[in-house]
Design a binder for this molecule. Structure first.
Ligand SMILES: *Cc1c(COP(=O)(O)O)cnc(C)c1O
Length: 436
């Protein structure tokens, strides 16, 4: 099995950077999410470096999509690298403001199909960079809230370009039948409306067509459609200052078909900037255009693992189950999308190799983490569920009153607790009995 960068076996023990995962599990317990700082920074640098190398004619801003992993330590690290942030709730904005340092709100864009008026007001007060508006109704709400607060709201319209991202239906967002964005054919009318509303400033255009894309062709197709729209809008006197292509670049989970691999970030960005430069040279020269991205998974997915210990082995006549101490409430992706995650033992097993289903203790048949893995397992073995840095902890729940896992960041030979393990008492601390 090919391990993600900064994970490897040394003297038969699985390491993350310079630390054996066994030592991390001993110190912090399991289940436990563990992230590599070096992997995270390297992934972010791949975006920053490509922006610097391939786009000389305007600004760029890489906005980390917080919903992939919103731990404050990650926000802090990325903010120090100059990242912006793509948020989808007031709660996420509170995280950014709390961890990102002064001025960070000016690098925040607010996506989401159902922003409440209270969320809009909070974001306006914080002075965020842009609202990515997803409907005509939202334009009216935002205009009304901005008017009430005596502010102007900077807006971009999330255009649904109707391209097929060719990914899992639950993470495909750019088709006509998806709930996201303004339909491509309605976009010009929506822009005209936005321009006419007194408390809005039209500044940008954006899209986000889906997640875990291995091929960038649909993204380039979406870019071409947006470029065409920018030209049409310019002809109608609406000037677009930034173009935001969303996130969506996939990562290697390990179950890709032979020859299939996620596009390299640098290659994708190079193609994007080549397209934009050619278009600007032909029709749009002179006017600066900021280009933005909203990557989530490609920054953090392969920077993290979920450490879990085998509680019980249940070999059977039709299936062998290894019941571990992590479950669907810790890592929802397999239950939700039938997602495939690699499983790496902390050290080579001594038992007999069999085909195991790795399942959690939760009372649901959908509670599995991996199926049919050839492993030599014994009880108390420690396993790493790979590629769990994105949409792992942020989707965790407390189903079965299971406290959420601890989170740890490794930096070289040091490990830091970046989120304490929850206690069961915390889970019901807000609950109240009826009087009497
Ligand atoms: C989820 C999301 C992203 C990030 O997607 P990834 O596939 O994790 O890169 C970016 N933009 C928006 C609007 C999103 O909803």
């Amino acid at each position: 099995m090919k391990l993600p960068a900064h994970f490897d076996y040394r003297e038969d023990r699985l390491h993350i950077e310079q630390l054996a995962v066994e030592d991390i599990a001993t110190r912090f317990g399991t289940p436990c999410y563990v992230y590599s700082k070096a992997a995270l920074l390297e992934n972010f640098a791949s975006y920053q470096d490509a922006c610097a190398r391939f786009y000389a004619h305007g600004q760029t801003l890489v906005c980390y999509a917080l919903k992939a992993n919103s731990n404050l330590a990650l926000i802090d690290l990325l903010a120090r690298q100059g990242a912006g942030f793509d948020i989808v709730s007031a709660g996420e904005l509170k995280r950014v403001v709390s961890a990102g340092g002064p001025g960070v709100a000016g690098r925040v864009i607010f996506s989401g199909v159902g922003k409440s008026r209270a969320e809009m007001q909070y974001a306006l007060e914080q002075g965020i960079r842009c609202f990515n508006v997803e409907s005509v109704s939202e334009l009216h709400h935002l205009n009304e809230v901005a008017g009430r607060c005596g502010r102007r709201a900077p807006v971009s319209l999330r255009v649904n370009p109707d391209v097929d991202a060719k990914t899992h239906p639950y993470i495909s967002t750019g088709l006509k039948e998806n709930k996201f964005g303004v339909a491509f054919d309605d976009a010009r009318a929506a822009y005209q409306l936005a321009r006419s509303l007194p408390h809005l400033d039209v500044i940008g255009i954006d899209c986000h067509i889906g997640s875990q894309l291995l091929d960038d062709a649909p993204l380039i197709e979406a870019l071409d459609k947006l470029i065409g729209l920018i030209d049409q809008l310019a002809a109608e006197g609406i000037e677009i200052h930034h173009l935001d292509l969303g996130g969506g670049i996939g990562i290697r989970y390990g179950d890709e078909a032979p020859g299939e691999a996620p596009v390299r970030v640098a290659d994708y960005l190079q193609r994007v900037f080549a397209r934009i430069d050619a278009w600007r040279a032909a029709r749009h020269a002179g006017k600066p255009l900021t280009v933005m991205f909203e990557p989530g998974r490609s920054l953090v997915g392969n920077a993290g693992i979920l450490l879990t210990r085998v509680e019980v082995l249940k070999p059977g006549s039709s299936k062998n189950f290894a019941v571990v101490d992590a479950a669907m409430n810790d890592l929802m992706r397999p239950a939700m999308y039938e997602a495939w995650h690699g499983v790496a033992p902390a050290r080579p097993g001594t038992g007999e190799v069999r085909s195991w289903d790795i399942v959690g203790p939760v009372c649901e048949s959908g509670d599995w983490l991996a199926r049919g893995r050839e492993l030599a397992l014994a009880e108390d073995d420690l396993l790493a569920i790979l590629s769990a840095g994105a949409y792992g902890m942020t989707m965790a729940s407390n189903y079965n009153t299971r406290p959420r896992a601890a989170e740890v960041m490794v930096d070289g030979d040091q490990a830091y607790l970046i989120r304490e393990r929850e206690t069961a008492e915390q889970l019901f601390a807000g609950e109240r009995l009826l009087p009497g």
